[in-house]
Design a binder for this molecule. Structure first.
Ligand SMILES: Nc1ncnc2c1ncn2[C@@H]1O[C@H](COP(=O)(O)OP(=O)(O)OP(=O)(O)O)[C@@H](O)[C@H]1O
Ligand SMILES: CC(=O)N[C@H]1[C@@H]2OC[C@@H](O2)[C@@H](O)[C@@H]1O[C@H](C)C(=O)O
Length: 398
């Protein structure tokens, strides 16, 4: 027997597993690395975050990925190279983190690697029904396994699509296992590049859990800041706070068909991008707005799409709490706009239920890998409109 298969078997039998969850989101800010100690599987899963680090990407990395990111026309040679390149860079960043934490690769049981989404193409976005739902995450895990010496589980989204899903959001699986409460109806809102939530009805409810994307989180704001101020984000909403919302433009932004579709649904920067904004500025004659006013309007747009989604899912329910994670939590104006639209609910950081808001997505991939190795599809059969499956591919280092 290949000794790596034996090792994998041994890991699957362990009581506790040390799993490094990796997330590289659509904001391209950095690689989130969460070292998780995971005990048990299914609804008995217990996760302890041992270490967490976001290692910022170098500008060269962003430049390379942006050559193909969310673009319909690209150079195939670059696509091919960038797949290997991301795998190599991620492996280097993992080794750097382990060194910083004074840990040897042999102490880690598994890596759970999300990879870098470069294109997301569910049929509801493409409207091309001759091709199936599809999504592409790069950063080949064989590079990660070989360069770190750690067995790596990766590419989680393909099986979701193969089994009938859109490949996202996958957060429902981990959220359901970790955060379902017996009495509280929970909405776990994540504001990354794209905003999404997992709805977790309380334990005795007839309703089922599900996750859905809502609309733009930070993505259009980031792209606008890059183009007009050559920075990656509107840090602390300093620019948006100086502007005023333009309601004509906001109304036009809110008319996008995606926002009216039933849950669950997924989207990406393929739809919510600068071209989307610029077209609507033309059609509403708001091309001459100040940059501050545009940013204030974009901030209000992200908040409005989130508020509408939350109001829709929570209609008629009591004891509802909203727990926020992702980078958008650090945008004070965005959070205030969301709170203003939901005065009836408690809206707080997911820190309140013992999860680091910046580490959450990386931890969720560690939970998915834990299920792949030691769990069962039966553990996640109660999630609405999501196939009951364990996901991910296995890369062996030797
Ligand atoms: N201090 C801050 N002020 C304003 N915005 C911030 C701040 N800190 C983080 N952000 C926003 O959060 C973004 C990063 O969020 P996060 O890492 O959750 O996104 P992601 O994981 O890349 O996205 P996704 O979940 O959609 O894949 C930044 O690009 C920025 O827009
Ligand atoms: C295709 C893809 O990478 N989607 C991401 C993205 O970032 C947020 C939102 O869009 C969500 O659908 C998803 O990530 C989270 C982790 C998910 O799958 O739940």
């Amino acid at each position: 027997m290949n000794n790596q298969i034996l090792k994998l078997y041994t890991i699957s039998q362990k009581n506790n597993r040390l799993i490094l969850g990796l997330m590289s989101g659509t904001s391209l800010d950095g690689l989130d690395i969460a070292l998780c100690k995971i005990k048990n599987t299914g609804i008995d899963t217990q996760l302890e975050l041992i270490q967490f680090e976001t290692i910022d990407y170098e500008d060269d990395f962003r430049k390379n990925v942006r050559k193909i990111f969310a673009k319909r026309q690209i150079d195939q040679q670059e696509l091919c190279g960038i797949n290997a390149y991301i795998g190599q860079v991620h492996a280097e960043l993992i080794n750097k983190a382990l060194e910083k934490w004074n840990m040897a690769p042999s102490e880690i049981d598994l890596i759970a690697s999300h990879g870098q989404t470069v294109y997301h193409a569910p049929q509801i976005l493409t409207k091309d029904y001759s091709l199936p739902n599809s999504t592409l995450q790069l950063g080949d895990a064989d590079h990660i396994a070989v360069k770190t010496g750690i067995i790596t589980i990766s590419d989680f989204r393909q099986k979701h699509i193969a089994a009938g899903g859109e490949g996202a959001p996958l957060a429902a699986y981990g959220d359901y296992l970790l955060f379902t409460d017996q009495t509280e109806n929970r909405i776990l809102l994540n504001i990354g590049g794209i905003s999404n939530f997992t709805f977790l009805p309380h334990g005795a409810s007839e309703l089922k859990a599900f996750a859905t994307d809502l609309g733009p989180g930070n993505t259009i704001m980031n792209h606008y800041m890059k183009k007009h101020f050559n920075v990656e984000m509107d840090r602390d909403a300093l620019i948006a706070s100086k502007g005023e919302v333009n309601y004509e433009l906001l109304t036009a932004l809110m008319k996008e068909e995606f926002l009216t579709l039933e849950f669950p649904k997924t989207t990406g920067p393929e739809l919510f991008n600068l071209a989307y904004l610029e077209e609507l500025q033309l059609s509403t004659n708001t091309g001459n707005l100040s940059k501050e006013d545009v940013m204030a309007t974009l901030n209000a747009f992200s908040a409005r799409a989130i508020i509408d989604g939350i109001l829709k899912v929570s209609e008629g329910l009591d004891n509802v709490a909203v727990y926020v994670s992702g980078g958008g939590l650090h945008n004070p104006l965005l959070l205030q706009n969301i709170k203003n639209g939901l005065p009836q609910y408690k809206v707080t950081s997911i820190d309140d239920i013992a999860m680091n808001p910046d580490a959450k997505e990386a931890c969720l991939f560690a939970v998915l890998a834990n299920e792949t190795i030691a769990g069962s599809p039966d553990n996640v059969k109660n999630i609405k409109d999501s196939p009951a499956i364990c996901m991910g591919k296995i890369s062996l280092p030797y």
